[in-house]
Write a protein that binds this ligand. Sequence first.
Ligand code: MLT
Length: 205
Amino acid sequence: MDFIHVFQPPASPGGPILLLLHGTGGNEHDLVPLAGMLLPGAGVLSPRGKVLERGMPRFFRRLAEGVFDIEDLKLRTAELADFITATAADRGFSTRDVIAVGFSNGANIAGALLLVRPEVLGAAVLFRAMVPLIPEKQPKIPSTPVLISNGKMDPLVSAEETERLAALLRFAGADVTLSWQTSGHDLTERDVITAREWVAQRQAR
Ligand code: MLT
């Protein structure tokens, strides 16, 4: 159940924990600098995806670009959710204080967590996310705040796909903010600024 990961405690006990979920070919170190830009002083939990696609780490298998192995995705989502719960118990933080920050493949597994195991996240920032799966039973997301930051010119994620994801999460109960960037699949400075402001507003509540 364990993942190779980076853990950094928050500057103050009980502070927020950013769950960093990298994209295909990334690792547990990739998004650590982003954590400091989004919310200085937050703790960090950054696992490395266990699936290898031609040597590139991912969080679940895919059959082709944008076509997911749903059985594997369900299994990996459960495994990641159990890892978050176990780490929270070990390190003494609440899963309510966990803010997922995922990019691409990492955003897709964060979306799956929201749809299948919403209790392990307090909030989520999804950069370049798709619909990961359609859950078998209607999920109940407890008003979890979710930011989707996608690119208008993304060749991998269409506007319709993004709207479908926002609608699915909203219908399940999430409090979704959808932000469009004038960009493709890569992360931009605008994404970081948007996410930083969104996280700060949420923390101030
Ligand atoms: C995925 O496989 O999760 C998406 O195609 C995004 C990617 O990792 O390229």
